[in-house]
Design a protein around this ligand. Structure first.
Ligand code: GLA
Length: 382
């Protein structure tokens, strides 16, 4: 009798544990997407905020104003979640004076020398909005327009599909350009960005995302202690105006060698001409790859929190910008102040000033073609 009693009690406890385990499984978050009103632009155009969550609790907020990634919340080695991208709390602040926090950059990301280029024998002139250069698509680039948005749900994935028609002549570029950008959050803690574009006239296209990352937490300090690996043996050296000279130079023996992990801060103030021109790191690296395959471009980790980010892309280049122009002048989320080098950007792209550099991979898009690029930011802990 006593044996049966003991047996029944053990069985009872096993049953309770099994039931509890089921409940925990039940309350584990599942993939979800929520749509909220974010506000209105100065012209009265409404913009939404899309809140994407996966079953590991990772959360990404995206607005269709500028296709901006507003926040990315990921855990550290102790499971503590924190937002790892710089930005603002309100739409109004994004529309005021945003140094490209989180946005989609286009029609041409990065610089075009003197704001001019030739295509099929015709010279196109663009805004010189960065000294005498054209930067990030001009006065009102893709970062400052409201995109059409549609929610996308697939197995193990949630996303937002953004579309925008950039009309012929907009910001000086030729051709009506139909652009689609799909942001997807996967259950493998990846933020995937698929870009597509078609045109009705020959034009130039170079799209990227301009998120400012800080794996220790946005606003909590600088990124000088982060370890960076860039899968590139060469970079495109720049002149004093940050325009590539056209050369593809080896990184070997220079402060731009990140073929093996190095902290961002160890050589950022080196007595080196390229570092001086960039005011730190603000260069394009030529990724080691054979073609347009999706391949590892960079890996960054923060030893203190254990947060790690891998970047994969189909693009030939990546601009590593170490937040040199951040000067603490604008207040970010929750009142935080973003000082110099409080973030890094890894902008996957074609090389800067390609429209004026026939030796660089072409950025020309023709009516019969489709521009395509995929970039993945994958988060993990070490
Ligand atoms: C890019 C450029 C930088 C700077 C930032 C925006 O990354 O390369 O020089 O203009 O955008 O502040």
């Amino acid at each position: 009798m006593r044996f049966i009693c003991k047996y029944m009690t053990t069985l009872f406890f096993i049953l309770i544990i099994a039931l509890l385990a089921e409940c925990v499984k039940e309350i584990k978050p599942t993939m979800n997407i929520e749509e909220k009103v974010f506000g209105k632009t100065a012209d009265g155009i409404p913009a939404n905020l899309y809140i994407l969550t996966n079953s590991n609790g990772m959360e990404v907020k995206i607005t269709n104003y500028g296709g901006i990634v507003v926040s990315i919340s990921v855990p550290d080695k102790n499971g503590k979640f924190y937002d790892v991208v710089l930005g603002y709390d309100t739409l109004e602040e994004y529309t005021r004076d945003n140094p490209y926090f989180g946005c989609i950059v286009g029609r041409y990301a990065n610089r075009i020398a003197k704001g001019a280029f030739m295509l099929n024998g015709v010279e196109y002139t663009l805004a010189q909005n960065n000294n005498d250069n054209h930067l990030h698509g001009g006065i009102k680039g893709f970062d400052k327009v409201v995109w059409n948005a549609e929610i996308v749900r697939r197995d193990e994935e949630v996303g937002v599909k953004l579309t925008y028609l950039s009309v012929d002549g907009e910001e000086g570029y030729p051709g009506n350009l139909n652009v689609t950008v799909i942001y997807t959050l996967t259950d493998s803690d990846e933020l995937k960005i698929d870009y597509m574009a078609t045109t009705d006239r020959d034009t130039v296209v170079n799209l990227t995302n301009h998120s400012y990352f800080n794996l220790a937490g946005a606003g909590l300090g600088d990124v000088l202690g982060h370890e960076m690996m860039i899968n590139a043996d060469r970079f495109t050296p720049i002149n004093a105006n940050l325009i590539p000279t056209g050369e593809l130079r080896s990184v070997e023996g220079t402060p731009l060698d990140f073929t093996r992990p190095e902290t961002i801060g160890s050589r950022i103030d080196a007595d080196d001409e390229q570092i001086k021109f960039g005011g730190g790191y603000d260069h394009n690296w030529v990724l080691n790859k054979s073609g347009e395959e999706l391949s590892l471009a960079a890996r960054v980790s923060d030893p203190a929190t254990g947060r790690c980010m891998m970047v994969y892309t189909t693009e030939p280049g990546i601009q590593f910008y170490s937040g040199n122009f951040l000067d603490g002048s604008s207040r970010g989320k929750k009142g935080s102040v973003y000082h110099k080098r409080y973030a890094f950007c890894l902008e996957t792209q074609h090389f800067p000033d390609s429209p004026n550099k026939p030796e660089f991979p072409s950025v020309v898009l023709k009516p019969a073609e489709t521009y395509k690029q995929t970039t993945i930011y994958r988060f993990s802990v070490k």
